[in-house]
Design a protein around this ligand. Structure first.
Ligand SMILES: NC(=O)c1ccc[n+]([C@@H]2O[C@H](COP(=O)([O-])OP(=O)(O)OC[C@H]3O[C@@H](n4cnc5c(N)ncnc54)[C@H](O)[C@@H]3O)[C@@H](O)[C@H]2O)c1
Length: 199
């Protein structure tokens, strides 16, 4: 029997979050999905899939016992030490990314030595360092941070998750980077480990 896979949390259940959740559930992890959109969480609990992606509905159905949906971040924090952040970062009028949803997640997460944010949302270079400064200012310096940029394309997102060209993991050389690599290992994709800014 294969060893138990690490449980994870996924914050934001849009294209990236839902595909990431379904993909890691398929690889054997229990996945706690959190979204502020209560109607979306209700639909997911009923087994409805709010977006169309080839293969996604089947993947979610097949792994329904491993997938948990909530509007409460505490549910993910209780069960998982790694929280994959997949909230939206839409462009503003000036063309910069609007990071308000990312900052809302950072503010909501309590101080912990045992948790790490794994950034899937597209954020500008330098965001990792500035978020780690914010952790420090908010007395949460013990939180881990890993950059794990997402390369999936809509319409082939499930396929892209299961057969990536490469997986890039940027971290400070602490436990969380190792743990993220471990999660992706069964995909047998080239794994590129680097620092946060390079990722
Ligand atoms: N869609 C793509 O093809 C794609 C590909 C690569 C990278 N990305 C990046 O991934 C990120 C997510 O993109 P997406 O297309 O999945 O977005 P999306 O808009 O489909 O989903 C974002 C989800 O986050 C939820 N959310 C917002 N604030 C939240 C909060 N504070 N707590 C919990 N949930 C919250 C929203 O309700 C929504 O369900 C973006 O940064 C995007 O640029 C997207």
């Amino acid at each position: 029997m294969s060893p138990a896979r690490e449980p994870i949390g996924v914050i934001g259940t849009g294209y990236v979050g839902l595909v990431t959740a379904a993909g890691f559930a398929e690889l054997g992890s229990e996945v706690w999905c959190v979204d502020i959109d209560a109607a979306k969480i209700e639909r997911l609990r009923r087994g409805e899939v709010p977006i169309y992606e080839p293969g996604l509905e089947q993947l979610l159905q097949r792994n329904t016992a491993r997938l948990h949906y909530s509007t409460d971040l505490a549910d993910a924090l209780e069960h998982a030490r790694m929280l994959f952040v997949a909230v939206g970062t839409p462009p503003t009028h000036s063309g910069d990314a609007d990071l308000s949803a990312v900052h809302a997640v950072v503010s909501a997460i309590p101080a912990s030595e045992d948790h790490a944010l794994v950034m899937k949302s597209t954020v500008p270079c330098g965001t990792g360092a500035s978020l780690q400064r914010v952790f420090g200012e908010q007395g949460k310096g013990g939180l881990g941070y890993v950059s794990c940029p997402e390369f999936l394309k809509e319409a082939s997102a499930v396929e892209d998750f299961l057969h990536p060209d490469r997986v890039v993991v940027g971290d400070n050389g602490e436990w969380a980077g190792e743990a993220v690599l471990e999660l992706y290992a069964p995909l047998n994709a080239p794994l590129v480990r680097t620092d946060i800014a390079s990722a």
